[in-house]
Design a protein around this ligand. Structure first.
Ligand code: CUA
Length: 167
């Protein structure tokens, strides 16, 4: 049997189905535009898997053997390495200057933890075997607690640390 010509196929599309197909294309275009605006104009980042690591040996070598703040450009650019463990963060306090671009690298050595910095939109998971990365800027001085947002055991509620943002 021969396949129907495209002309014939086109004629058999129900008007309602055609309308839904048009609507689906419009929705896809809206999604594409939204993602572009979010990513390039609003700077919204989806926390991506930066790197795969071995959770058992990650702390044997730098930078993870000594997690904490690295000054890249004084006053302007900082990297922060944080290890999540049941039931604390290493380190539990980090200090960065106001207005600087701060990139957080977070991982876990045991189970899945969360990493949410209060009063900011920084919120992602800390997964064993992966490094999560996210860049933010603190525009006001103060203390911003980072808390665990994934249930990780009996000490979950007490798992937190603080970012001290100084003038
Ligand atoms: Cu760590 Cu909940």
């Amino acid at each position: 049997m021969s396949t129907p010509s495209s002309e014939k196929t086109k004629m058999h599309i129900d008007p309602t189905e055609r309308a839904w197909m048009r609507a689906a294309i419009v929705v896809l275009v809206i999604f594409a535009v939204s993602v572009t605006i979010a990513g390039f104009m609003l700077g919204i980042q989806v926390p991506t898997e930066e790197q795969r690591v071995n959770p058992q040996t990650i702390q044997d070598a730098p930078p993870w053997s000594e997690p904490g703040v690295r000054e890249i450009v004084p006053g302007e650019k900082y990297d922060v390495y944080i290890v999540s463990k049941r039931f604390f963060y290493e380190p539990s306090t980090v200090e960065v200057p106001v207005g600087a671009e701060v990139t957080f690298y977070v991982t876990s050595t045991d189970v899945q933890h969360g990493f949410k910095i209060q009063d900011t939109n920084v919120n992602f998971m800390a997964v064993p075997g992966e490094v999560s990365k996210l860049t933010t800027t603190f525009n006001e001085a103060g203390t911003y607690d980072y808390i665990c947002t994934e249930y990780c055991g009996l000490g979950h509620a007490a798992m937190f640390g603080s970012v001290l943002v100084t003038q």
